[in-house]
Design a protein around this ligand. Structure first.
Ligand code: GLY
Length: 353
């Protein structure tokens, strides 16, 4: 995906209108969920092409990132006469951009999509990089395609409608991007005061964060190698996320990733000599904002089992992306059970749970 495909906007309606005016297409369709149609659509409905576009609205929430919703989108596109030259504008969080991206990838073997992410998580991660898909057979993102959008328009104006938990969720991915990128990014990201919420400055941090992802995706769009850097914090993080669902207290993806980062920094220290003083800085920052994740030794076996099912494993190895230092990524690091259990202990000790 080319870097210039992501636009960080000062004035989204103006830039989107200009883009639509310069792009050749026969019909425009707008995909929203039941929340973004109310909270976010008003920001762009003044654009004539958008106001005239058929609107497709799906139910909100990850459980609706499913075949039924996909089928509903295909049906509307088909009934309304969409062609291969039509454009699908996805306005929403990661659920909408993943689902709409996959609908775009598959309808008539591919129509162009435009992503307008409305959450911090989607802005810095889901909407950028071309991963699209749906959940299937009880598994997350089981069916999908790499299908880059024609353009991504990011505007932190939408983030004003987000609650603190959702901001924190997206910010965890920004911390990850900084850790895999450079000392300069790392320092900036750990200096931002999330409680003050300066949206203008956040827009700059988002630009910095997205640039990290774009750089990596440009180099390795299909995750054959260095794109695995983006999985840092996610192997343990996904297990924490699944455990929270199993226990009936689901947490947002980014909160699990934040906890996963702490555990995987520990593994990075043990296996790749990542400096402990930097881990202390990250933990200090996270403890100021993120709620601890409560689990005990009795959950270790479940967490380990969940990690063995991670679809990024090959055979019976549990593969991690680790760091030898800030910006020094080591992919495909096989880690044994004992160290993994220690990394769970490390999280609990660090957060006092
Ligand atoms: N969210 C990780 C990736 O896009 O590769």
């Amino acid at each position: 995906m080319a870097a210039q495909n992501v636009m960080i906007c000062e004035n989204l309606p103006q830039e989107l209108e200009r883009f639509l005016g310069q792009t050749s297409y026969d019909r425009l369709f707008v995909l929203t969920d039941e929340h973004t149609v109310v909270d976010c659509f008003p920001l762009i409905q003044g654009i004539q092409a958008v106001a005239e576009a058929p609107m497709i609205t799906v139910k909100a929430g990850d459980t609706h990132k499913c075949l039924d919703s996909l089928s509903a989108i295909w049906t509307r596109l088909s009934n309304e006469g969409a062609t291969r030259h039509s454009l699908l504008l996805n306005l929403g969080g990661g659920m909408v951009t993943d689902l709409g991206g996959f609908a775009g990838a598959t309808f008539k073997r591919g129509i162009r999509t435009v992503n307008v992410p409305t959450t911090l998580m989607a802005s810095v991660d889901a909407a950028v990089g071309g991963k699209t898909g749906i959940n299937f057979n009880g598994l997350k993102n089981e069916i999908g395609a790499f299908y880059p959008p024609l353009r991504v328009f990011i505007d932190c104006e939408f983030l004003r409608t987000l609650d603190r938990d959702n901001i924190l969720s997206g910010y965890a991915e920004m911390i990850k991007h900084a850790l895999i990128s450079s000392m300069a990014d790392y320092t900036t990201i750990l200096l931002y005061d999330i409680d003050t919420m300066n949206y203008g400055y956040l827009n700059k941090l988002v630009a910095q964060s997205v640039a990290v992802k774009e750089r990596i995706v440009d180099e390795d769009p299909k995750e054959r190698g260095i794109r695995k850097a983006l999985n840092f914090g996610h192997t343990v993080g996904h297990a924490y996320e699944s455990l929270s669902f199993q226990k009936g207290h689901p947490i947002l993806h980014g909160h699990a990733v934040a906890a996963g980062i702490v555990s995987e920094l520990y593994l990075s220290h043990k296996l790749c000599a990542f400096p402990m003083e930097k881990i202390r800085q990250v933990v200090y920052y996270m403890k100021s904002y993120y709620q601890p994740l409560f689990f005990g030794c009795e959950d270790y076996e479940t967490l380990y089992e969940l990690m063995t099912h991670d679809k990024k494993n090959e055979g019976d190895r549990i593969n991690f992306t680790l760091l030898a230092g800030v910006g020094e990524v080591r992919i495909d690091q096989a880690v044994g059970r004992e160290k993994i259990i220690e990394s769970l202990d490390f999280y609990r000790e660090s957060f006092g749970v």
